[in-house]
Design a protein around this ligand. Structure first.
Ligand SMILES: Nc1nc2c(ncn2[C@@H]2O[C@H](COP(=O)(O)OP(=O)(O)O)[C@@H](O)[C@H]2O)c(=O)[nH]1
Ligand SMILES: [Mg+2]
Ligand SMILES: [Zn+2]
Length: 390
């Protein structure tokens, strides 16, 4: 990804780190010296510092072509107003990935956090989170926290077991290790999204990784934390060692919405077995078919079979939906005949209603000057129209 380099020599490159209503916080990226030079060329005073972030609106042209802007998007910013710390997003660079929940683009790693104790590591729950993470296609980084609560033999046993599943977990203790060096190293330079069940130490881990942030840990302010996490609000925070981390844990209700084929692809064990030999039937479900290369005496095979039932039920539901609602849209022609066409719009690109955008304004976001946002709205009328500069 070369998103750091602005395409136009007079434009600025950045990454969207937070979205509120139709305002976007863009963190300017690129080499500091080059950025400074560029900012000077674009009107920044000789002794003024380059702001880290600009509050941007989307150019009318992007709106017209239906180009949505997500957290994580690499963008080109034009016409910076250095005093007001504002700008306009003129272009969104192609995305390498795009997650639904939380809605973040260009995610490089899913950081899955579980604990070795309190709560005890539940292999079935871990398995479901792993499959859900694998479904996104983004590489998974598994972190087992609260290592301080179990002995060395238990730690080794889990490492060995998970190696059999195809994962190499990083063991941490957010309580006793102030730096979390190994985890920090594994996240450096990447955009990561954190997920995992509650109570495992996600907030504690984020606080260690980004001390400036000081998210409230459970017990200190459970209410506030629940408030944060029930919203769809996402923000990317800069890791001191490089990289970005989304503070909002994703997919906390791991219902699996996938068919059998996608399910099998979510198991590293199955992928490995299929590299060594093919099943006799091309559409093998790896259940009881003859000549299956996957069926066997491996740790998670029973777990795979259990999920397979769910995946088959999911596929059947999809197929039997009378008008194929999930993937096809029914249109009735003038002669009364029904035709079907693929539903193009996927959920994540659907427009957010004005009402929910305004509800989003009620949420607190660190760093956003709400007073100024409100002033802007009153002074300039409909903020949606504020962007119509071209
Ligand atoms: N012993 C131990 N406790 C931890 C560790 N990390 C977090 N905790 C505690 O576990 C509880 C839940 O932590 P929290 O970060 O709120 O978990 P979250 O729900 O995943 O965000 C808190 O009481 C933490 O102090 C750890 O590494 N070791
Ligand atoms: Mg938490
Ligand atoms: Zn098979």
């Amino acid at each position: 990804m070369t998103g750091d380099a602005p395409l136009d020599p007079l434009a600025l490159g950045g990454v969207v780190v937070a979205v509120q209503a139709n305002y976007y916080w863009v963190r300017l990226t690129g080499d500091r010296a080059a950025l400074k030079l560029q900012a000077r060329r674009l009107g920044l005073g000789a002794d003024e510092p380059v702001p880290a972030r600009l509050l941007c609106l989307r150019r009318g042209r992007l709106k017209k072509i239906g180009q949505q802007v997500m957290v994580g998007d690499r963008v080109v910013v034009e016409e910076p107003d250095w005093q007001g710390q504002r700008g306009a997003i003129a272009q969104v660079l192609p995305r390498s990935s795009s997650l639904d929940r939380p809605p973040v683009a260009n995610v490089d790693r899913i950081l899955l956090v579980f604990s070795l104790a309190q709560p005890a590591l539940d292999p079935v729950q871990l398995g479901r989170f792993l499959v859900k993470a694998e479904l996104t296609g983004v590489p998974v980084l598994l972190c087992l926290n609260k290592a301080d609560l179990v002995d060395g033999a238990t730690q080794e046993a889990w490492k060995e077991r998970l190696a059999g599943w195809g994962y190499r977990p990083i063991l941490t203790s957010a309580l006793t290790d102030p730096s979390l060096g190994s985890l920090r190293g594994a996240l450096a330079g990447y955009t990561s999204v954190l997920c995992g069940p509650s109570g495992v130490g996600k907030s504690s881990t984020i606080n260690r990784l980004i001390p400036a942030l000081e998210l409230r840990v459970a017990g200190v302010s459970g209410r506030l934390e629940r408030g944060r996490h029930t919203t769809r609000h996402v923000e990317l925070f800069e890791l001191p060692g490089g990289g970005l981390l989304a503070d909002t844990p994703g997919f906390n209700q791991p219902a699996l919405d996938c068919g059998p084929e996608a399910l099998a692809a979510c198991f590293p064990e199955i992928r490995d077995r299929l590299k060594l030999g093919q099943c006799y039937y091309g559409d093998c479900l790896h259940r009881d078919e003859p000549g299956c290369a996957v069926r066997g005496d491996w740790d998670r095979y029973g777990f795979y079979l259990a999920l397979l039932d769910e995946a088959i039920a999911y596929r059947d539901r999809q197929r039997s939906t009378a008008d194929g609602e999930a993937t096809l849209k029914r249109k009735t022609r003038r002669d009364g005949q029904d035709t079907y066409e693929p539903r193009l719009e996927s959920k994540r690109y659907r427009r957010i209603s004005r009402r929910s955008r305004h509800q989003a304004l009620d949420q607190t976001v660190e760093g956003i000057d709400w007073q100024r946002l409100e002033t802007l709205e009153t002074l300039d009328g409909d903020p949606e129209d504020w962007v119509e500069t071209d």
